[in-house]
Write a protein that binds this ligand. Structure first.
Ligand code: GLP
Length: 248
């Protein structure tokens, strides 16, 4: 596990965007696993600006998103499809048919999860999987559990996650209680996993996930076993890791 220490959010975003850009330049038809949340916004802004300068071309890129809320249609402002379009897809030259996000409105969520796993099998393994980190250690919406959920599945959101995501809605009552999420298998099969973390409020869970035991109670801890896992964080988020450490 490699650690890149950045001073602040802006330089963390640039570093993560550098790694993603290198991937796209080296392999123009890369399969990118993408994440939502507030952490990656600066990374997407960087990628958009590099695209606008003509430095990046997304025309052959395939993207597969990690997750989606159950019940929110694609045009709902808090759906992850909407987030991805507003913050990335509509601002670069990714072909709409190459940008996959689970469908949270599917009448049969189980069938939708199976369809999504079919997409992951067809294009996989993912070349680089971008991840954020939930305060309870969730990755995508893989919440703490007795075992690591392997495949795409429907999940009940943990109270901590509902509370954390309430800031995007008018109240916590409006946060969907369920989501569809890629499982841990597709994440662990990715050729490279790139996690971005920012802010003091992530410091404790970063320490627990990456210096504690590997346990499904802290889903991100499984990344300790990934052969090519890169953690990019700002000083605040990495403040509880041993100083000067660049590898764990
Ligand atoms: C959400 C997303 C995750 C994300 C996490 C952290 O629950 N489903 O993919 O990593 O929140 O979000 P943030 O970056 O806003 O802290």
């Amino acid at each position: 596990m490699k650690i890149y220490r950045a001073e602040d959010y802006a330089s963390m975003s640039r570093k993560a965007a550098d790694i993603l850009s290198a991937q796209i330049i080296l392999k123009p038809d890369s399969v990118l696993g993408l994440a939502t949340g507030s952490t990656p916004l600066g990374i997407y802004a960087q990628l958009i600006s590099r695209y606008e300068k003509g430095e990046l071309d997304f025309s052959d890129v395939i993207t597969v998103n990690l997750d989606e809320y159950v019940g929110l249609p694609a045009d709902h402002e808090q759906s992850y499809r909407y987030y991805m379009r507003a913050n990335f897809f509509d601002r670069v030259n990714i072909r709409p048919e190459n940008a996959y996000v689970p469908d949270g409105t599917a009448a049969d969520p189980e069938a939708e999860c199976a369809r999504y796993d079919g997409i992951l099998r067809r294009y996989g393994p993912i070349d680089i999987q971008l991840l954020g980190l939930g305060h309870d250690g969730h990755i995508g919406f893989n919440e703490p559990d007795d075992a690591f959920p392997l495949n795409t599945h429907m999940v009940g959101l943990a109270p901590m996650t509902i509370e954390a995501n309430a800031r995007f809605f008018t109240s916590a009552d409006e946060v969907p209680r369920q989501a569809l999420t890629m499982g841990v298998k597709a994440i662990m099969q990715a050729r490279c996993v790139l996690m971005a973390v920012s802010g003091e409020d992530k410091a404790e869970i970063v320490k627990t996930a990456f210096t504690g035991p590997v346990t499904a109670r802290v889903p991100a801890s499984v990344l300790q076993m990934h052969p090519n896992f890169i953690l990019v964080g700002d000083a605040a988020a990495l403040s509880l890791l041993p100083p000067e450490v660049t590898e764990l």
